[in-house]
Design a protein around this ligand. Structure first.
Ligand SMILES: Nc1ncnc2c1ncn2[C@@H]1O[C@H](COP(=O)(O)OP(=O)(O)OP(=O)(O)O)[C@@H](O)[C@H]1O
Length: 457
């Protein structure tokens, strides 16, 4: 970094920017740098700023990240029309598409997961403290020439102007908008903290829009924005027992689906009905979302795990929940297996670890699972007990972990669920476990009749 000596000139830029730079938070090369772009036409920079404007009165500090989000997004929206803010998207450079991440809209307010780290959003670099808004700006300006001469001062002045532009956007933003964004964020945090005392691990509010639209900069579902076009909102079916919860900060009640501690919950339905989408949204419920994201009323306790087929090397891994003995090629015992794990063994390790470590929630999606760890096949050896049989014979084996399985074809597993939600046309319906088992039995009898017929031929 620092081609043409620009790295060493960061200090000169800081000088040129005057009071705007948050000098105490400078981490040279990480959040403070100037570097010439590979094609030589622009200068990319990052700089921590302090905008000494306090959070308006009446805003709960616990939801301050929501207010930071509202400010950042307002700044991004203003960037096109305000010359001071244009460097954020490199809008005056020859290749603005390269820097567009700086003004890409984001609806994620907080995530513990490392998603969207190249996007501008509330995080430890963009935060309200008692002395004002601390934010790290990244952007690009047309290459001003080598660091000798007045170029650093020019860039420094642009950084100072940026801070001024941000301050002005903050000043113009109605305090009630900041308060609403903060309250929404706080609602999600407080509800998440309350879920365990309500016996829940997840709440999916009615009206939730779970599907995502992916962009060049938002390729992961946790940071992606809502699907555009037809988007069917989630509504908890009556038959499944909607729950009402209080949103603590805004003091209003909302209804939706509560996933209970220890329960096995099936998200069933035919192909492409939205099962994976809903599972992803449940996982994303560990994050806090802004208004318009569509997932602001999905709240999941932290620590959910997923289990999927893999192929990892096992080094003393415990697969004993499913395997009574080890297949050829592996050494050790089911409680401490060594060797290259198969798809199902890797998944067995993940399920076993989640249960042993008392993860509150385990998510299993048929699309990514080892089916032979979930249901039995005719050829399966007795030494493997698939999940459907574990749930039938000793459901306590999952301990305190709730389990959500998304599946359309694994009937024996759906039959073991405590509650079964059925997605149709992206909308939620339900079937009682008793009705499902009766339909499944009928199907098995029909299969048996057909098999007998085949034998008679
Ligand atoms: N509520 C919704 N409203 C509109 N579109 C949706 C909704 N939920 C999901 N979709 C869209 O439907 C498509 C299929 O969704 P998804 O992959 O989640 O289905 P699935 O049931 O898991 O499919 P499969 O069984 O084939 O794995 C995706 O394009 C997704 O964006």
């Amino acid at each position: 970094m620092g081609g043409e000596g620009w790295m060493g000139a960061t200090g000169l830029v800081v000088e040129g920017a005057g009071e705007a730079v948050d000098r105490r938070r400078i981490r040279e090369g990480t959040n403070a740098y100037c570097v010439r772009s590979p094609d030589g036409t622009s200068l990319q920079f990052a700089m921590p700023l302090l905008v000494p404007r306090p959070l308006p009165g009446g805003i709960e500090p616990g939801g301050a990240d929501g207010a930071v989000w509202a400010i950042i997004e307002a700044v991004k929206r203003a960037a096109g029309a305000d010359t001071r803010l244009r460097p954020l998207g490199g809008l005056d450079t020859e290749r603005p598409a390269r820097y567009a991440a700086g003004i890409e809209p984001v609806t994620l307010v907080h995530s513990d997961a490392a998603v969207g780290s190249d996007l501008w959003k509330p995080d430890e670099e963009n935060i309200f403290l008692s002395d004002g808004l601390h934010c790290t700006v990244r952007g690009a300006v047309p290459y001003p020439g080598p660091p000798g001469g007045g170029a650093p001062r020019t860039v420094g002045e642009k950084v100072a102007a940026l801070a001024e532009g941000i301050e002005e956007v903050m000043r113009r933003l109605p305090a009630r908008d900041l308060a609403a964004a903060a309250t929404l964020s706080l609602d999600q945090k407080l509800l998440r903290a309350r879920l365990p005392s309500m016996g829940l691990v997840c709440f999916i509010g009615d009206g939730t829009l779970p599907a995502r639209s992916y962009t060049r900069f938002r390729q992961h579902h946790r940071v992606a924005g809502p699907k555009e076009g037809v988007h069917i909102p989630f509504h908890c079916p009556e038959e499944i027992g909607p729950t009402e919860v209080e949103l603590p900060a805004s003091d209003r009640a909302v209804t939706g689906l509560g996933i209970r501690r220890r329960e096995v919950f099936a998200v069933a339905g035919s192909n492409a009905q939205g099962k994976t989408t809903l599972l992803n949204a449940i996982r994303a419920g560990e994050d806090d979302h802004a208004a318009g994201d569509g997932r602001e009323l999905i709240v999941t306790v932290r620590g959910a795990r997923t289990a999927e087929a893999g192929g990892q090397h096992l080094n003393g891994a415990d697969v004993s929940l499913f395997f009574g003995s080890l297949p050829p090629g592996m050494t050790g015992t089911p409680k401490a297996a060594f060797g290259q794990g198969s798809g199902s063994m890797t998944m067995a390790v993940q399920v076993g670890t989640a249960v042993r470590e008392e993860a509150p929630l385990l998510l299993i999606d048929e699309d990514r699972a080892a089916a032979n760890l979930l249901v039995r096949s005719t050829l399966q050896e007795e030494d493997v007990t698939p999940l459907a049989e574990i749930l039938a014979e000793r459901p306590e084996a999952l301990g305190s972990t709730a389990c959500i399985v998304a599946t359309s074809s694994l009937d024996p597993l759906i039959a073991r669920a405590d509650r079964i939600m059925v997605l149709r046309g992206h909308g939620a319906g339900a079937i009682t476990p008793a009705a499902f088992r009766a339909a499944y039995l009928e199907y098995l009898e029909q299969c048996a009749r057909m098999a007998k017929k085949d034998q008679e031929w």
